[in-house]
Design a protein around this ligand. Sequence first.
Ligand SMILES: [Mn+2]
Length: 573
Amino acid sequence: MARMLAAAMDLPENVAELLAARGISSVEEANRFLHPSIDQLHEPMDMLGMRQAVARLECAIAEREPMLIYGDYDVDGTMATVILKTVVELLGGQCDFHVPHRLREGYGMRDEVVERAAADGVRLIISVDTGIRAFAEAETAARVGVDLIVTDHHLVAASEGVPRALAVLNPHQADCQYPCKHLSGAGVVFKLAQALLERAGRAKLIPSFLKVVAIATVADSVPLLGENRVIVALGLKGLSRVVNPGLKALLEVCELGPAGMKQGRALTVTEVAFRIAPRMNAAGRMDVAHDVVELFTVKSAARAKELAEKLDGLNRARQVEEQRISDAVLRQVEENAELRDAACMVVEGEGWHRGVIGICASRVVERFGRPAVVISRDGEEAHGSGRSIPGFHLLHALETAPELFLRFGGHAGAVGFAMRAEKVDELRQRLNEYAKAQLGAEPLQPVLEFDGELTMDQITPRFWEQLKALQPFGAGNPEPVFVARGVTLMGQPKVMREKHLKLKLRRYVNVEPGALSRGLEALGWRMAHRLGADPLAGGDLLDVLFRIEENTHQDFGGVLQLVLSDYRRAEGR
Ligand SMILES: [Mn+2]
């Protein structure tokens, strides 16, 4: 298959192999994959419930009925809210929105919000990114005379069915024929927006919504395949020319605005996931998700700037907190031999911010290759967040001690829970015993996977161009990881900011006519500590595991560099 694609499409074989590994089995499919375009969007009317939803909304817009959008506080939920509010207003309707308070209300719809809306004269509520399990709230809506349209993308429990509503839009419904099952919440709302705009003769406006759908799609980590790939590919391009004052201001504080960027460069998934989304999520964590919706719908550039700076400040506070806790967590592990040898590492502290302990647990997993749980004590209660390694089902581990928790949930790779603080020691002991039995006493060797092997000299600008056509990378379409063996280290390794490693690896490549490049830089984020155990020197031979990246720095951007996932001394040399 790969060979056929390589020949038919004039691609290097290792790029064609990547396509085949993503399930692409014909030239036509490969062309669609490599050239996402707006005409690849599916027909919105194919979604179950769309006709009824559109008809009811058109009526509400024409009558200028007051309606309420019931959203969620994360990026997906706020962007879904923004899309629907914008479209309704564009078409001449009016609507208000409600985004729940994360700590006070929690996730999901609530009766009192429905009742209050009814009392205020609302006759139509549209839930976005939420509502698929709002059975009681749907009954409440019916009782108080409010029509409910549910739009959601969370899984439908087959045994429970869906709430009784005027229409339910969710491609996961068993009898929904819609081809793309893994849209984000904002993606589902975008289909509704697409239908409304097409029918109103305003189809020209549809592409302008792709930017916010793309942000939500990336932030919600849904697979970037099928329609999501089209949305994200086109949306990222659109982010290089933004007119919305809120989005403009937000890009500016992320240093992704026109001032800090090479002209017209499309944003990357990484930039959205690690620079834009955290600022928007910081709002949800600090309970000002309302501000995100306002930011994206405000007309005044001055107010937009103010809101974007507020989000940026909240995010900075979050980062400082994350660094502080992360340092404390790693210090605890390093100073405590018992903890260091534990099969599952349980670390705790007083009053650590609950919004960041999950990320700190990931740091422990990354460093020590073992499942980790980080717990924040707060008086008599304790909240924890855990992350695991492949082959260890962390939720199953918690399920062996359900009596220790007030609440818990999650999946194989990540869990969250609340418990009484006095039970933390028992949890540590039980998790450790369970993990020891499951994983064995031997220290774990993490398994690293890669997509293909390259020699350093194959890493050329032309290869990169061909590889880049597989972007945007993300969930469902992971960034390819390659291995190169027996690579020569040039000169001493450099340490950056005491944490990171920078290696120069030998490569002879003509980067442009007449310009021979003798070395390629490889960055090892948070790998500097490894030099302590095994100092490297120029001339050493290494096996390296890496992904390829283009340096996007404004001044010396465009240069290829490697980002290391791992390295070791070359075997048998
Ligand atoms: Mn969502």
